[in-house]
Design a protein around this ligand. Structure first.
Ligand SMILES: Cc1cc2nc3c(=O)[nH]c(=O)nc-3n(C[C@H](O)[C@H](O)[C@H](O)COP(=O)(O)OP(=O)(O)OC[C@H]3O[C@@H](n4cnc5c(N)ncnc54)[C@H](O)[C@@H]3O)c2cc1C
Length: 241
């Protein structure tokens, strides 16, 4: 079985590790900190978004709606604290009503359960709200993202993934005989494929991208070795061989 190295133990890396290990891949996840969700994932607003704002039919819209359902199902299955509390988007004056209608249409097109309500009904949901009209979005929720990460780590480990904290990746380069070499500090970890899920912080900088079809990049076309040092991407797949 070919090894896949996943870099980053936030929600993205752990979800990738969980999915790949569930499909039988030999997964090693490398996280530089000593715990999961130590960065962005552990410092966000803990909202499960409904998929209201995205352009209908776009990947973002479809992924957001599907993700809303799947993360809540995952939470229920694995005992992660979550609540579908809904949310209100409010028009505070008449000029904002048109925008609220645009959002209501968008919600309908995206399959998001939402309806326009008056101020009195809005106050039943939130007594302190002051508005002329509101859009009540039923499927927005709140969740404990660090607890989601703990559960993803548990499930991945049960499926055979090796999960390493305190493992900072310092470089990624293609190997001449095929595959990729991921360096943890100065020790190389050979792998068939590396998925970087290390967020916007560019502290692991791939080098030596051969600009060949074998280097499959998910979010951007393959750039030269020099330009990859900018490393602005969030999540890429590096396979060479
Ligand atoms: C203010 C704010 C609020 C938000 N609120 C929400 C919200 O309510 N709901 C929502 O769904 N989204 C929200 N988001 C977005 C969401 O938090 C992020 O999209 C998500 O957490 C990104 O996860 P990640 O795994 O990509 O990144 P991270 O959680 O940052 O994980 C990256 C991991 O990679 C590790 N890493 C980095 N470099 C290396 C290296 N060299 N070697 C090994 N490991 C490394 C880091 O230590 C880190 O653990 C919010 C974002 C912001 C900015």
């Amino acid at each position: 079985m070919q090894r896949v190295v996943v870099i980053g133990g936030g929600i993205l890396g752990l979800a990738v590790a969980r999915e790949l290990s569930a499909r039988g891949a030999d997964v090693t996840l490398l996280e530089k900190e000593t715990r999961w969700a130590a960065h962005q994932t552990g410092h966000n607003s803990n909202v499960v978004h409904a998929g209201l704002y995205y352009k209908p039919g776009s990947y973002k819209a479809r992924m957001s709606v599907a993700g809303n359902r799947s993360i809540l199902a995952f939470a229920a299955e694995h005992g992660v604290p979550a609540e579908v509390c809904g949310k209100l988007v409010v028009a505070t004056d008449d000029a904002q009503r048109a925008q609220l209608r645009v959002l209501a249409d968008r919600a309908e097109a995206n399959g998001v359960p939402a309806r326009l309500i008056g101020p009195a009904e809005a106050r039943e949901y939130e007594p302190e709200v002051a508005c002329v009209e509101a859009l009540h979005v039923a499927s927005t929720g709140i969740i404990d993202f660090p607890a989601v990460c703990e559960a993803l780590a548990r499930v991945s480990a049960q499926a055979g993934a090796e999960l390493r904290t305190g493992a900072e990746v310092t470089g990624i380069r293609p190997r001449s005989g095929g595959g990729v070499e991921v360096a943890v500090r100065s020790r190389p970890v050979p792998t068939w494929c590396a998925a970087t899920c290390s967020s916007t912080a560019p502290d692991c900088t791939p080098t030596g991208c051969p600009r060949s079809p074998a280097c499959a990049r998910r979010r951007a076309s393959c750039r030269s070795a020099a330009s990859t040092t900018r490393c602005a991407r969030r999540s890429d797949i590096w396979c060479a061989g």
